[in-house]
Design a protein around this ligand. Sequence first.
Ligand SMILES: [Zn+2]
Length: 326
Amino acid sequence: MIRGPLEYNRLASRDVVAGALKYKNLCGRMEEVSETETTPVKLGVIGGSGVYQMDGVEIVGEHEIETPFGPPSDGLVETRVGERTVFFLPRHGKGHRLLPSEVPYRANVHAMKSAGVTHLLAVSAVGIMKEHIRPGDMVTPDQIFDRTKGIRPSTFFGDGVAGHVSLADPFCDELRQFLAEAARSCSATVHEGGTYVCMEGPQFSTRAESHFYRNAVDASVIGMTAIPEAKLAREAEMCYAMLAMGTDYDCWHETEEDVSVEAVIAILRANAEMANRVVQVAAGLLPEVSSCACLSAARFATITSPEAISAKAKARLRLLYGKYWD
Ligand SMILES: [Zn+2]
């Protein structure tokens, strides 16, 4: 486990000097961190199944963005929601062309980062794993159980640069709370917290799997996209939270019909309308600046010595970590 030594190293070398925190990073350099460091908040929204655009907002323009990790799922749509600029990206592309396993997650998160997004809000359709959550309810999960198959690129590191970030709490608590408050003010039924199982798909669960997730994982919801999106948002130092929209009971529910695509699509439409309202209210609730720990989550992530990082790798990761390496 690398997380233990990293945390230990960070704490052991921490020293408070005249209102600032000084850290010795893993390469031995001293870094100074202001305790009151704040960042202007910019909101990005990734829309999932059924949410391919934001309705009722001013569209400023659409940006075609290339990233070192290829093109994102679609153009990045710049909108105005009240006084706030909000960037929107349909996760599966317009017209829903991409399977969960095919979504270019790294390019999507990198594109948001290049637009200056600090707070990333994921809107996702999910299967329901608990009796008391009803189709049409909203959930703001606080944990993820990864059941993807390792076929999705899930880190910005690699190719000559080793790095590790903590993922103990994959969702930002602050952003989750704003999201839940927004959902309540839209009169949505919202369930705060709970575990999201991320499966590979594209098929839904077998009955044996569904019972396993309920009994062994105590899952609240199941979906196909939070991994690697949450991992990459953390590596990109963004606050990340999810508005999970319950569409159907997964096949564990004995008295409900098994999941049918038709039933899911019908409720997706109603959920999309609610999600659109919740996101716009959330945009109004967010503060102007934030000092959330997510925004510096990779400050001590890089293990590789800066002098050992190739010029090519530095160029590829400049947007994300250049400030720490230069
Ligand atoms: Zn945060």
